[in-house]
Design a protein around this ligand. Structure first.
Ligand code: BG6
Length: 488
């Protein structure tokens, strides 16, 4: 799955992880490094600095990291694990007179390499870290900085964070992670659209009735209540992941596959999104919160019980109908929804085509429109629903049948996890799968039209039982339905 060319273009790097003892580092960054090492993509001279505030118990940190990797990676290869751990040096994240003295001497030992500063810390300290790196003269031309979400809670706070980084790093050096863009099937959207003649010709308001983008989750908020309660489904999932999916579905074909061209096209989509007003906010958005549910006779707690704040009005579900005001998409509803504690976990894009213009067959009710279903996870596949004749005499009987391209059956081998690709793209210096500052700004402007109108129109949450498909939506047009899906 990795081309020889991409392996060849990888250089030795120094990865400096701030927040190296956090959940993200343990669960995503280090496992991703392990797998890339396994694939030969982490070159021998690459090193990792685990930046910790307390460096007294280095050995303890390394053994916790080792245990965590053993627990997460089934059938781990002890030799690769030892090589990975051998690359990790624990370095003090404390500054002396505003300088990272220990990091400076660590970096000096092996100069002229790609430097990746990975900020897996709360965004409140991003600016300070960037400043301290600059004050220690550690930002070279070959340095890049990786920022993890949440990048702010609204346009203003997001701009503050970004500007605090842009003072010291050039936009070309900044990598804003949206892990959805690292998923194989999300990248396949580009190939599906732009490497196949047939789809692109039908990809517009003349032929498409509506587009649905769903990211449903079975889990609740787990141990992230404090974060989640401050953000909610709209900011946690829509502002980033779902808007990025929408961009990939709706954008114009870029003239070349470069980061700048792809980002320009995505930005145009974000700028063309219709903003909400006091009327459309009530008819085209809906939000919800899970209440108690039951599964196999066991009670599933409500969101309020999970979060422990009984007055919380945070939404755990959101559904939105939006329009893209340009020639290609004028009048086509884009439905977006996401929720926690729903029946199943799946992310899916469903393109429903228009009805045939003139139906010559008798049983009109049996006719369903063509649909292209792009299952992003789990059980990645692309399905095309078409009408077929049921064999046998006695006139025309017909039903919808699916033509399937099953990713898992079609390709053997492991699918790299999103972080593996994204990390290596940072090393390569490829920003295609990372959000630009302009995209971020445009997405916040659209989100603000929702949050502000929710507030001024006092839109309340609709309750839904945990383990169900959400509160049911009034946002769908009468002839539209959410596509019924199943993981089976
Ligand atoms: C994260 C959100 O960005 O994406 C989480 O903060 C959510 O709340 C997660 O659970 C979903 O990612 P995935 O890859 O499991 O669909």
């Amino acid at each position: 799955m990795i081309s020889e060319k991409s392996i060849a273009s990888l250089k030795n790097f120094d990865l400096i992880i701030f927040g190296a003892n956090g959940d993200l580092a343990y669960r995503k960054i280090f496992p991703a490094l392990y797998h890339r090492l396994e694939e030969g993509q982490v070159k021998p001279k690459s090193r990792i600095a685990a930046m910790l505030r307390n460096t007294k118990n280095n050995q303890e940190y390394l053994s916790t990291l080792t245990k965590s990797l053993r627990k997460q990676i089934k059938g781990i290869d002890e030799k690769i694990l030892a090589t990975l751990i051998g690359k990790v040096d624990v370095i003090s994240a404390l500054t002396i007179n505003g300088k990272y003295a220990d990091l400076e001497s660590w970096l000096k030992k092996s100069p002229n390499k790609v430097r990746v500063y990975y900020l897996a810390t709360p965004s409140s300290v991003f600016g300070q870290i960037a400043k301290d790196l600059q004050d220690t003269s550690l930002i070279t031309d070959e340095s890049r900085i990786v920022l993890e979400k949440p990048l702010g809670k609204d346009g203003a706070s997001s701009a503050l964070i970004n500007n605090s980084i842009l003072k010291y790093f050039d936009e070309k050096q900044i990598y804003r992670i949206d892990h959805y863009l690292g998923k194989e099937t999300v990248q396949n959207l580009m190939v599906l659209r732009f490497a196949n003649y047939i789809f692109e010709n039908l990809w517009n308001a003349n032929h498409i009735e509506n587009v649905q983008i769903t990211a449903a989750e079975k889990l609740g908020i787990e141990k992230r209540g404090e974060y989640y309660d401050n953000y909610g489904a709209l900011l946690d999932m829509v502002q980033n992941h779902l808007l990025q999916l929408l961009c990939l579905i709706a954008m114009e074909p870029p003239s070349v596959l470069t980061a700048s061209q792809v980002r320009v096209e995505k930005l145009k989509v974000l700028n063309a999104l219709e903003k909400f007003n006091e009327d459309s906010i009530t008819t085209r958005t809906s939000k919800g919160q899970y209440s108690r549910g039951e599964k196999n006779g066991k009670i599933m707690p409500s969101y309020l019980e999970d979060v422990g704040t009984y007055s919380s009005e945070t939404e755990t579900y959101v559904a939105i109908k939006t329009y893209i005001n340009n020639w290609r998409w004028k009048g086509v509803p884009f439905y977006i929804r996401t929720g926690k504690r729903m029946t199943e976990k799946f992310s899916e894009i469903v393109i429903t085509f228009k009805d045939v213009p003139h139906n010559i067959f008798p049983e009109k009710k049996l006719m369903v429109p063509n649909k292209l279903i792009i299952r992003l996870q789990p059980k990645e596949k692309i399905e095309f629903i078409q009408m077929v004749k049921v064999p046998g005499p006695g006139g025309y009987r017909y039903k919808p049948l699916s033509m399937k391209m099953d990713y898992l059956e079609s390709f053997t081998g492991k699918f790299p996890e999103a972080y593996e690709r994204l990390l290596m793209d940072v090393v390569r210096g490829n920003q295609t799968l990372f959000m630009s500052n302009k995209e971020l700004k445009a997405s916040w402007e659209w989100i603000a039209s929702i949050t502000e109108n929710w507030k001024s129109s006092s839109i309340k949450n609709n309750l839904y039982n945990a383990g169900t498909d959400g509160p049911g939506d009034s946002i769908l047009e009468s002839n539209h339905n959410w596509h019924k899906t199943s993981n089976k």
